[in-house]
Every structure is written in structure tokens, then in C-alpha cells.
Design a protein around this ligand. Structure first.
Ligand code: GLC
Ligand code: CA
Length: 547
């Protein structure tokens, strides 16, 4: 069986990674150009978010042709070159399969609205009258999740943007089409796949209003999702590849099923509960300081129970949909370096496969934009309007968007201090934040105390110590609120990972004498303050000791 436990994946948002032709838009050639940088970082796979032909309403998550490279990203020859060059460096390429929905620009959808019954059955179309949508379900990007097409007198479901129509997985022809897409890319030599919101694909047979929620309880981890995944995997022969499913509002029991090797579904899952700990009343658009106890508790539950069920977690704190972690849970100013390293350590030393999202490895920050017009993301713009309709004033609405927008992590990669931070010689598709030139790859690449150097070290440690890639895990709960503490165990070894999530110095008592242990990694540049059985942790201090 493929072993991905000691592997690390690097996520690339190609539009913002590196632009080689000066049109302000990152491209596939730009990824090829930076492969040596990635090799040096030590990662094993790159996951590239969608670069297929798309109207780009949702930055490529609205696909119009699954088999073609959008010309803004380059050509198929560029893709083949990229895979070849990656392979030469022993880096695998993972592609992002958006199979819950297509763009309404896709041929299938166009033929459906043109009246072809066969293609209407590719989507979730329901007959109806223009003033009464089939259910009250809410789109994840705001508003009702149904849209009416007057010419055919039918509603279609869109759990995301109105231009992202949900596919009808109940139709075996749809399932076959999607398998063929996987086979197409497999034959191009890719190493694995990430499946976008894959736990939303199975909708219930009967549609009903949700009187207590937004509808998600009816279609999340839906009735036939495991059956469909098993079929997809078996019929495309991808069980030996690295695969990861993005699971929206899922449960541990389902994730065990998705990722337990005996089930032959996926290699691992992304779940998001630990990134909702700063949502007031569960609402992304309602601010609150993050709840450290809930954050630790969620990791404890997910880490321990996934281990018990032989499931496997994808580990991450940021991606192209999340704000930057330093701005969110860390400290952008006084403890920028320490807090970036702390969160890196927490993720990379847990049990699962770590994902690094571009720019995270140098500690990039949120945008801090001052005008809503600087934002591009469809979700941010929709919610800005919704917040204003709900009575927020422009400043309040902007403040919420500044903290929650997906654009926080979509600004260009900051390579160096040349024009546009070395991302493009043209005009970048989205503005580079003002802080841009102060945090770059070039300023960290030769600095052994840099955040970048810390990531390299963490990645290397995973390959060197089996206890990191394979060890069991248990969490200490009887520690002060701001302390995160867990142990990895393998045979008679134990790795203690202890971190201070807070801004004040804290003393803790440890059960064993850590003085005899070997310090594997530490995020401050001077000595650790270990005494017999007590430990003084400075703000955001993190250490890992092997006993
Ligand atoms: C996933 C993607 C996100 C996209 C959505 C709809 O959550 O990560 O970027 O907008 O699915 O495809
Ligand atoms: Ca370009």
C-alpha cells in the first residue's frame, strides 16, 4: 500500500503563485519555475487548485471543461512539462476535482437549459413556479440555493454560487462522466487527487424544507455518499494513489469511513470544525476571539478517535478558503515569527498528513484592505452586501470581511522585494497588501532562524522520525487554557509536544522529567527553560522533546 504518512503536501493556488508572462495572473509555467524552491522545502506533493477552463466566478471552482487548461493558466503542453519536471524532482502532482457541481457554462448545463432532457438529468432540476423555490435551503455563498430557469420552468440546485449547478450523482451517466475525467488525468501521469466538497454529492430522494437550519443536515454525508465514493475509486483504480476529500460540516464517524483503508474510499480527509472556533454562534460572519479550549478539544477528539478507527487526517490550519493563521490565531507584530512557528509545529507534529498552503511557510498575513473594492472573492462580496442589508454600516461590514474573507490568503506569493514582490512584472489580478515587501521568501531563504527554515526542519523531521509519521497520539487536557500539550508514542519512545497558544508566560508541571530528553525542535532561538518537572513557556513558545 502507498505510504503517505511521512509525506507533506504543498498547496498551490496557481492564480497567485507566480506569473511568467506579465499578465498579472499566475500560471502553470510559474509553478514549473518554482519547483526547485519546493524541492528545497522538502515537500513530496503539490496539490494545484483548479486551472481548468472556467468563467472564474469562483476562481476555477466553477468548471466549464474538465479536460482543458484555461488559457489564462497556459496550455496542456505547459501542464505536461510541469508534471515531467515535478517527477524529475520526485514531486507528485495532485489535481483538484470539483465534482459536486459544474459551471453553468459547462456544455452539459447549456444543453440542459436548451431543453435536452438527457442533460437536465445531469443536474438537480425540479419543476416549479417562479415564486416558490423547492426548499428553503441556503447557498453557502448566501441567498436561496435554488435558481429558476423560466424557459424550461424548472429550478436547479446550487449549494454554492448561482453559476455552480449541483450535479445529479443519482444518474449513472454522470458518475461515468466523472470517472472518465479521472482516467483522463490519470493517463497524464498525475499522482493523486483532492476532491472538492465531496461529502455533499448525495442528495436525499425527497426534498424538504429545513425548519431548524440551512438544509445542510439533509445533504451533508448524504445517504449514498460512501457507495458513490467506493464506486468511483474502484472503477478508476485510484486506491493506490494519494487522495484527499474535502468534507464540509462532517462527522468523525463518516471521516473514519472515508479514510479507513479497509473501506477503499479515500486516503485522508479534511475537516473544518477546528477552524470554526472563532465563529460566534457558528456563524462565520459573526466575530469572536477564538476559543482555545474548543480548539484543543476538537483536535483531541479528531486525533484520538480517527486513530482508534484507523482513519487518517489531513492536517492544516490554512488553505485558499481560510484567513492567514498568524493574523487569525497568532500575533502579527511582536510574536509574528514565534506564533507562525508555533502553529506550524502543532500541525506538523500531530498524526496525519500535513498540508502547507503557499505563503504560510514564510508567515504571510491577512490583506488588511481598506476598501471593499479591493476584494475579488464572490463570497466576500456577497456577504458584504448581506451584512449591509442586515444593518451593519460600511466600516463594520468591512471589518468583518477583513477578518473572514477568503481573499486573505489569495493575494500573491511574496517572493522578493522587487516590483509586485516578484510575483509579476504586470498588474497583479488582486492587490498586494501593503505589508508585502516586509515578508518575503528572499529575506528568509538564507536565515536559519526564519519561519521558512523552521518549516524545512519540520518537514525533514517527519521523514527522519517514525514516531512523527506513525506514532499514536494522546492529548493532555489538565493543562492551563492556553497550553496545548500532546504526546506521540511509538514502541517505547515518547515525543512530548508542548506549546503556549497565549501571549503571556505560563508555567506548567510535567509528569516526567523532560531534562533527560532530546530537544527535537524549538521555536525560540535561545535555550529552553526546562527544570525537573516544570516548564516555563514564553508567549507562543513551542518545543518537542523525545524521551
Ligand atoms: C470548496 C473550495 C472552495 C469553493 C467551494 C465550491 O470549499 O475549497 O474554494 O468555493 O468548494 O467549489
Ligand atoms: Ca500569467
Amino acid at each position: 500500500m502507498l505510504n503517505f504518512k511521512d509525506k507533506v503536501v504543498y498547496q498551490i493556488y496557481p492564480k497567485s503563485f507566480y506569473d511568467t508572462n506579465g499578465d498579472g495572473w499566475g500560471d502553470l509555467k510559474g509553478i514549473t519555475a518554482k519547483l526547485d524552491y519546493l524541492k528545497d522545502l522538502g515537500i513530496d506533493y503539490i496539490w494545484i487548485t483548479p486551472f481548468f477552463t472556467s468563467p472564474q466566478r469562483d476562481n476555477g471552482y466553477d468548471i466549464a471543461d474538465y479536460r482543458a487548461v484555461d488559457q489564462r493558466f497556459g496550455t496542456m503542453a505547459d501542464f505536461e512539462e510541469l508534471t515531467k519536471e515535478a517527477k524529475a524532482r520526485d514531486i507528485g502532482v495532485m489535481l483538484d476535482m470539483v465534482f459536486n457541481h459544474t459551471s453553468t457554462e459547462h456544455q452539459w448545463f447549456k444543453r440542459a437549459v436548451a431543453g435536452e432532457k438527457e442533460f437536465q438529468d445531469y443536474y438537480k432540476f425540479v419543476d416549479g413556479e417562479p415564486d416558490s423555490p423547492p426548499t428553503n435551503w441556503v447557498s453557502k455563498f448566501g441567498g436561496n440555493a435554488w435558481e429558476y430557469v423560466p424557459t424550461i420552468k424548472k429550478w436547479y440546485l446550487h449549494l454554492f454560487d448561482v453559476t455552480q449547478a449541483d450535479l445529479n450523482w443519482e444518474n449513472p451517466r454522470v458518475r461515468q462522466e466523472l470517472k472518465d475525467i479521472i482516467l483522463f488525468w490519470k493517463s497524464k501521469g498525475v499522482s493523486g487527487f483532492r476532491f472538492d466538497v465531496i461529502n455533499l454529492i448525495s442528495k436525499p430522494d425527497s426534498l424538504q424544507n429545513d425548519d431548524i437550519g440551512d438544509g445542510r443536515r439533509f445533504y451533508t454525508d448524504g445517504p449514498k455518499v460512501h457507495q458513490y465514493l467506493k464506486e468511483l475509486v474502484a472503477d478508476t483504480g485510484i486506491e493506490e494513489m494519494i487522495t484527499v476529500g474535502e468534507m464540509s460540516s462532517t462527522s468523525i464517524d463518516n471521516c473514519i469511513k472515508y479514510s479507513n483503508p479497509d473501506e477503499k474510499e479515500l486516503a485522508m480527509t479534511f475537516s473544518f470544525h477546528h477552524l470554526k472556533v472563532d465563529y460566534k454562534d457558528g456563524d462565520k460572519w459573526s466575530l469572536m476571539p477564538y476559543d482555545k479550549i474548543a480548539f484543543k478539544q476538537l483536535f483531541k477528539e479528531w486525533q484520538e478517535k480517527m486513530t482508534d478507527g484507523n482513519g487518517w487526517n489531513a492536517l492544516f490550519l490554512t488553505n485558499h478558503d481560510q484567513p492567514r493563521i498568524v493574523s487569525r490565531f497568532g500575533d502579527e507584530k511582536q510574536y509574528w515569527r514565534e506564533s507562525a512557528k508555533l502553529f506550524a509545529g502543532v500541525i506538523h507534529l500531530m498524526r496525519g498528513t500535513p498540508y502547507v498552503y503557499q505563503g504560510e511557510e514564510i508567515g504571510m498575513l491577512n490583506t488588511h484592505f481598506t476598501d471593499i473594492n479591493q476584494y475579488k472573492d464572490v463570497e466576500s462580496l456577497n456577504y458584504y452586501n448581506i451584512l449591509m442589508e442586515q444593518g451593519k454600516n460600511a466600516n463594520q461590514a468591512l471589518d468583518i470581511i477583513n477578518q473572514r474573507s477568503r481573499d486573505n490568503c489569495r493575494t500573491p506569493m511574496q517572493w522578493d522585494t522587487s516590483e509586485n514582490d516578484g510575483f509579476t512584472t504586470g498588474k497583479p489580478w488582486i492587490e498586494i497588501p501593503e505589508y508585502g515587501k516586509s515578508i518575503t521568501v528572499s529575506s528568509q531563504i538564507n536565515d536559519e532562524n526564519s519561519i521558512l527554515a523552521f518549516y524545512k526542519k519540520l518537514i525533514a523531521l517527519r521523514k527522519q522520525y517514525r514516531i512523527i509519521s506513525e506514532g499514536n497520539i494522546s492529548f493532555d487536557i489538565a493543562v492551563p487554557e492556553q497550553i496545548i500539550s500532546f504526546q506521540r508514542k511509538l514502541e517505547d519512545e515518547c515525543l512530548y509536544v508542548i506549546g503556549n497558544l497565549g501571549e503571556t508566560e505560563t508555567q506548567i508541571i510535567v509528569s516526567e522529567s523532560l531534562t533527560k530528553g532530546q530537544l527535537l525542535i524549538h521555536n525560540y532561538s535561545d535555550d529552553v527553560n526546562i527544570m525537573e518537572k516544570t516548564l516555563n513557556l514564553r508567549p507562543y513558545e513551542l518545543l518537542a522533546i523525545l524521551l
